[in-house]
Design a protein. Structure first.
Length: 431
């Protein structure tokens, strides 16, 4: 294995994919390049986003901290930002001697300079442009270890047919949680068409990495933020909402064997895992757990790093608090809705509203076993949770994506309004 300080990191992330790849059991999806990447690397089968929403999920992936800890409880273009002092993966690697660059999509902030990259180009996030720019960058990469992050807009809606040729509706396998109708098949066919286009561009990017002679000492990470934009998937805490594709290919010269990784993995675990793989100290404020020892071991058995993952939703378009805990055997979801106990036969006209509702639960925690309901609060096991007590707070959405300044500060302790266009879209290193 090469020395950690000599290794590079290439991150490819997509939008709203879930696990819709051939290698994850979707033979109706054309994803040959990512399937090959998985065959050469480590395929994570139980990776889960911390949230089924873009900004909160990405914030955890790049900070190793839960949304309620790093500040990204809601969407960046609705005004949410990282808390002051939160450091990202590019911040940490830049401080450790890596050159860091971003091309394309990011959804963590309205101010890309805050992300800590030495250079970035967020002017266009369609996969063709991103791969063109990143490939040219790799052909003239810095003569020092680097982090190159490439963010694709794909596979986010919409799926215009002049960009993505739909798959054959007859060959589409409709997930069990959706009705098998012509409209659903057509929608999935368009989704799968965008996957095919983006997959081909991943193949081009990996070819550029190899052509530059950099695949011998570069870790390649492919991931998505959360589940697809389908009913019972994105914006829910079901498996289809938080389950994410995650593939890690070691450097060619590392001598790490390809495998399936079946241990539970949370989005907060990515940053500490990558830092340890690169030989960088993990900061004390990181809430995730490193799986690096399992990924580089020569044994077939992986140690249990975590017994459960926590997932959360607080804000999307409005305040909608949901919390969940998932083990390998169970998933408990707390929707914070009244749970009535009714004395039958029951007539709504004869009952007082909420007269027999069960007391509200404030936050989910580890399931002790299958026969007990005793739970440890999430806030006690991970970090402070904003849903305490369970009453709606005012959303910070007083400015929109195209605002310039805006409105008064919302009555929340998290983040002020965020003018989205008050930043340069391209910062490049001197030639």
């Amino acid at each position: 294995m090469t020395e950690p300080q000599q290794q590079n990191l290439l991150v490819v992330h997509w939008h709203d994919l879930g696990r819709h790849l051939g290698v994850y059991g979707h033979p109706d999806v054309a994803s040959p390049h990512l399937d090959q990447l998985a065959a050469e690397g480590i395929l994570f089968t139980r990776a889960h986003a911390t949230a089924p929403l873009c900004s909160p999920s990405r914030g955890s992936l790049f900070t190793g901290r839960y949304p309620q800890s790093n500040g990204l409880v809601g969407l960046a273009h609705h005004g949410w930002e990282y808390r002051a002092g939160v450091r990202t993966l590019p911040h940490i690697l830049s401080e450790s001697g890596w050159h860091t660059a971003l091309f394309g999509m990011q959804h963590e902030t309205s101010y890309p300079a805050k992300l800590g990259y030495d250079e970035y180009d967020v002017s266009n996030s369609f996969c063709e442009y991103v791969v063109e720019q990143a490939s040219a960058w790799l052909a003239d990469a810095p003569r020092k270890p680097f982090l190159l992050t490439t963010g694709f807009f794909e596979t986010h809606r919409p799926y215009p047919r002049d960009r993505y040729e739909p798959a054959d509706t007859g060959s589409v396998e409709v997930p069990d949680y959706l009705p098998d109708t012509g409209e659903v098949r057509g929608d999935l066919a368009e989704f799968y068409g965008s996957i095919a286009v983006a997959d081909a561009k991943v193949g081009e990017l990996l070819d550029a990495l190899a052509t530059a002679g950099l695949d011998e000492n570069t870790w390649v990470v492919f991931m998505t933020d959360h589940g697809p934009a389908l009913p019972r998937a994105k914006s829910t805490l079901y498996d289809a909402g938080t389950g994410i594709a995650l593939i890690v290919r070691p450097p060619r010269g590392a001598g790490v064997a390809p495998r399936r990784y079946d241990e539970l993995f949370s989005g907060v675990d990515l940053l500490p895992t990558l830092l340890e793989l690169l030989g960088v100290d993990v900061p004390d404020d990181i809430e995730g757990l490193s799986h690096a020892s399992n990924l580089t071991t020569t044994t077939t058995e992986a140690a249990e790093i975590r017994s459960e993952v926590y997932t959360t939703k607080t804000y999307h378009d409005s305040f909608d608090p949901i919390r969940a805990i998932r083990t390998k055997e169970y998933s408990y979801i707390e929707n914070y809705a009244p749970r009535p106990l009714l004395d039958l036969p029951w007539d709504i006209a004869d009952s007082h509203r909420d007269a027999l509702s069960a007391p509200p639960s404030q936050s989910p925690g580890p399931i002790a076993n299958s026969t007990t309901s005793s739970r440890t609060p999430l806030s006690a096991t991970t970090c402070s949770d904003p849903v305490l007590p369970t009453r709606p707070r005012r959303s910070p959405r007083t400015s929109r994506c195209c605002s310039t300044t805006g409105g008064r500060r919302p009555s929340t302790s998290y983040r002020p309004n965020s003018p989205a266009l008050a930043f340069p879209s391209v910062i490049r290193r001197p030639i």
